[in-house]
Design a protein around this ligand. Structure first.
Ligand code: ATP
Length: 264
């Protein structure tokens, strides 16, 4: 069981690829938990195991991955023990993902409204779908008429808003956002981050945010786990980790952030 404050608890998770000389310990004994309404950031350089950790929460890591040990406790069950049918009920409905590239997450031949409606049909048969689509678009600050637009008619920022609306369509308990703004230009990034912050306050969503951007961590995360080579090397409240990093690797990440203002 998870402790009562945690929505999800990852214990000693290990995920490997390959074997023998080619064994890659993508995730190597990782433990973390996320409380209700909390935003936890996983940070670390490329290849440190952030995405594989996040995908493993619902056993979505690539087919070749071997879940070599540990547990992912959610709703009193170990996700790694569930069968595909049980996992499908949780994915999208209780745990939703948003990814870096919104364009690849939408089907180009259907309108945005149609695609949100399909998510509602699948998971929330009880709602009035038309008004729910309008409510979701409004939640992400898009006009309701955007439901008739096709993905190619939207800007990158608008599409990422739609992606968030779609992720929220099933009122998930946990949102996993994997580099959600990396593909966007800087001003649009800021708008999307503000929206995610607003939603986490308004909807009380728990969020796992994956990023290599410490600016995002500073603005959005309550707590942060720093990953290096598949392991968590430092963990703590965001301010504490950013203001007083203990591990050399965290210090290096901090030093790599470009400064706009010269140090006094
Ligand atoms: N399909 C795969 N086959 C083999 N190895 C893989 C596969 N997917 C990921 N890996 C390896 O697992 C390790 C962790 O990858 P992961 O994508 O989790 O890193 P990351 O920290 O999210 O990096 P990035 O920020 O670049 O996405 C890397 O060494 C990567 O090469």
């Amino acid at each position: 069981m998870t402790d009562s404050k945690s929505i999800i608890e990852v214990r000693e998770l290990s995920v490997h690829f390959g074997h023998g000389d080619e064994l890659v310990k993508a995730v190597d004994g990782v433990s973390f938990s996320i409380a209700h309404g909390e935003t936890l950031a996983l940070v670390g350089e490329s290849g440190s195991g952030k995405s594989i950790s996040a995908l493993s929460l619902t056993r979505l890591a690539p087919r070749q991955a071997v879940y070599a040990g540990g547990e992912v406790l959610f709703g009193g069950q170990n996700m790694l023990d569930l069968d595909d049918a049980e996992l499908r009920k949780i994915r999208g409905r209780q745990i939703s993902y948003i990814f870096q590239e919104p364009m690849v997450s939408f089907n180009p031949v259907f309108t945005i409204g149609w695609q949100i409606e399909e998510a509602l049909k699948l998971h929330r048969k009880d709602v009035d779908r038309k008004s729910e689509i309008a409510r979701l678009l409004e939640l992400v600050h898009l006009p309701a008429r955007m439901d008739r637009a096709y993905p190619h008619e939207m800007s990158g920022g608008q599409l990422q808003r739609c992606m968030i609306a779609m992720a929220l369509a099933c009122s998930p308990e946990l949102l996993v956002a994997d580099e959600p703004t990396t593909a966007l230009d800087v001003t649009v990034q800021r708008e999307i981050l503000n929206l995610l912050k607003e939603l986490s306050d308004k909807v009380g969503l728990s969020t796992l945010m994956i990023t290599h951007n410490l600016g995002i961590v500073s603005d959005l995360a309550d707590r942060v786990c720093v990953m290096q080579k598949g392991m968590i090397v430092e963990e703590g409240k965001t301010r504490q980790v950013l203001d007083d990093p203990q591990h050399d690797y965290t210090k290096q990440l901090m030093a790599a952030v470009p400064r706009l203002r010269p140090k006094k």
